[in-house]
Design a protein around this ligand. Structure first.
Ligand code: MN
Length: 200
């Protein structure tokens, strides 16, 4: 695997004869930058935040999920860059594969770098402090990603104070299902075995 392949880690972790996940092409995209959060019932339920940067999706696993309450700061653990085609992936990663479990598209839309439309997200991330305006169906307005000093890379992800902030709300409880299909994790898991028969 070429070390300059931005999706090298993504491809190394997966056997595409086994998993229905996208194979990982990169491509430049014009226009709005993709924002997505996938809800992933792997060994532990978590939420995967992905933000488009340079033809791939920068990714973080958020164990406790996002919040609309600026007082609630959530741990976000960086994971490997994902292909752009992952943004609308919803389905079941079969047992024995990396990340085995059900994935739904919990929120999607676009985002802007609040440091400026011409500032690359990766430059903000290199500085350890990114602020983005999310234009999703569930999450809207300013969110911050702040790197925490320590041995392993960890970030905090939280709502900034603006008109979209809601203190005391639990968006995960209020709005648990997919924005793509309207389905719950359980409904996607149930539907998948039938679809798998066509997957050869
Ligand atoms: Mn995940």
């Amino acid at each position: 695997m070429s070390s300059d392949d931005p999706l090298g880690k993504y491809k190394e972790k997966r056997d595409f004869t086994e998993t229905p996940e996208p194979k990982g092409e990169t491509f430049p995209k014009s226009g709005e930058l993709i924002y997505v959060i996938q809800k992933h019932a792997a060994r532990n339920l978590h939420y995967d935040l992905r933000l488009e940067n340079n033809g791939v999706l920068k990714s973080w696993a958020i164990p406790k999920g996002p919040s609309l309450d600026p007082k609630v700061k959530r741990l976000a653990i960086p994971t490997e860059d994902h292909p752009m085609g992952y943004a609308d992936f919803e389905g079941v990663i079969p047992p024995g594969n990396y990340g085995a479990g059900t994935v739904i598209v919990w929120d999607w839309g676009s985002f802007r770098n609040m440091k400026g439309d011409t500032v690359a997200l990766s430059d903000s991330l290199d500085e350890g402090h990114a602020t983005v305006e999310l234009l999703g169906e569930k999450l809207r307005g300013g969110y911050a990603l702040i790197r925490v000093k320590g041995k392993s890379p960890r970030w905090l992800f939280f709502k900034m104070k603006d008109e979209h902030a809601v203190s005391g709300s639990d968006i995960l409880e209020e709005s648990p299902n997919s924005v793509k299909s309207g389905k719950s994790l359980e409904q996607v898991a149930e539907q998948w075995p039938a679809e798998l028969e066509d997957f050869s």
